[in-house]
Ligand binder design. Structure first.
Ligand SMILES: [Zn+2]
Length: 408
């Protein structure tokens, strides 16, 4: 078994708001074997001198779409599956090389991609999937033009983020199918969206009965529902129906945030996607209906972070970037730290993310028995969050599962 001993630097443990000097971290195989404030004697281990650098846990993004190689989601869904899978492989590698060692896919990725990573066929983060997101006809997952009334379920295509499904029985069956196919949680589109042509932001997606049915199916399988949500009304309804993971939440109000916190929900803001769409969406094929909707959610982004923070609603790190806009990934750090402390933002991408991925204690932490997902960073990210930006440029090493994917 390959083992490594990291020593001689500082360690960022997201449970603490300052760096720890003088810790030794021993990795054996896939896992962290031991963390100690005294020198660890590990004769067979390769010694890695941190030499003044900072060792921190690999990062977690809880809202990505690894099959979204294009901003135009209708075109993306129609791409040949072989092409869509190979495009996803490139996106997965890019995520890993930015220091994200775990990502939660919120619609699109299938079990084949999970297997490809686990089998070492593709370099990518640990991948937690929802399978295809469920959308009602005319909802956020319905990318058909208004005049296109052809039946399309999209669910067979690797490049499709969603499948269309209507009615209590049908959503139950769809949820069961996704779980059978390997989904680790279920994603639903419970509100209008930006990148879809026919649904205003304030439209509610699915009936309460449909949402409750999906929640029951997810709970029967030991998991939870994540819902795409913007408006306060939609978020309040989703929480009432038992939805656990609240995606986006740009237009949330304080009373709803407090109720969500009481219910034990976790929010996943994704502010960078609206900045990136505003900058480039139009040139990348986003239709005029969509462009007109961007600012409705973009302008409330920072206020939503403050509302959720003071309500005590935990926030995970998310990005939700489509296609070439993924190069703006690092901007999410900078946007969040305009209103939140760097330590809170780092906790969102480690501790909170681990909880939402149901991998608490296993990822997002430097502790014995956790997976050896580790980054060596050029300085202190608590003092300079930009060290986590620029596509991994300030990371001299990236390790996932005890394997180096980057080592300067
Ligand atoms: Zn999304």
């Amino acid at each position: 078994m390959t083992s490594y001993l990291f020593s001689g630097g500082r360690v960022l443990d997201p449970r603490r708001a300052d760096l720890i000097e003088g810790l030794d971290v021993l990795v054996e195989g896939r896992r962290i074997k031991e963390v100690s404030d005294r020198p660890i004697a590990a004769t067979g281990a390769e010694r890695i001198d941190l030499a003044g650098k900072v060792l921190m846990p690999g990062l977690i993004d809880c809202h990505v779409h690894v099959v979204a190689a294009l901003v135009d989601l209708a075109a993306n869904a129609l791409a040949p599956s072989s092409l869509a899978a190979l495009r996803a492989a490139r996106i997965l590698r890019q995520l890993l090389m930015r220091g994200f060692t775990t990502v939660r896919d919120a619609g699109g990725a299938d079990h084949g991609l999970v297997r490809a990573i686990d089998d070492g066929l593709v370099d990518g983060p640990r991948l937690i999937i929802s399978g295809k997101a469920l959308s009602q006809t005319g909802g956020h997952g319905d990318s058909r033009a208004r005049s296109n009334d052809r039946e399309m379920s999209f669910s067979e295509r690797v490049g499709a983020l969603c499948r269309l499904v209507d009615g209590v029985d049908a959503v139950r069956k769809a949820a069961r199918e996704e779980i059978k196919a390997g989904a680790q949680f279920i994603k639903i589109m419970a509100n209008g969206g930006v990148a879809s042509p026919n649904d205003p932001i304030n439209a509610l997606g699915f009936s309460r009965e449909e949402i409750r049915a999906v929640v029951e199916e997810a709970e029967n399988a030991g998991t939870y529902v994540a819902a795409h949500l913007y408006t306060d009304q939609a978020i309040a309804r989703a929480v009432e129906c038992g939805v656990h993971s609240l995606e986006h939440c740009n237009l949330i109000e304080a009373p709803t945030a407090r109720r969500a916190a009481e219910a034990g929900a976790i929010a996943v803001p994704t502010l960078v996607t609206y900045e990136a769409l505003a900058l480039e969406g139009k040139n990348l094929g986003l239709g005029p209906e969509s462009v007109a909707k961007i600012d409705v959610v973009r302008n409330r982004g920072l206020a939503s972070l403050e509302i959720m923070q003071s309500a005590g609603l935990p926030m995970a790190f998310g990005s939700d970037l489509l296609g070439p806009l993924q190069r703006y990934h690092g901007m999410e750090w900078e946007i969040r730290t305009r209103v939140l402390a760097p330590a809170d933002v780092i906790a969102s991408a480690t501790l909170v993310g681990a909880k939402l991925c149901r991998l608490e204690g296993l990822v997002g932490t430097i502790a014995a028995n956790a997976f050896a997902d580790l980054l060596i960073v050029d300085g202190d990210p608590y003092r300079d969050i930009r060290l986590l930006q620029d596509d991994g440029a300030h990371m001299t090493a990236i390790m996932k599962d005890g394997v180096f994917y980057k080592r300067a």
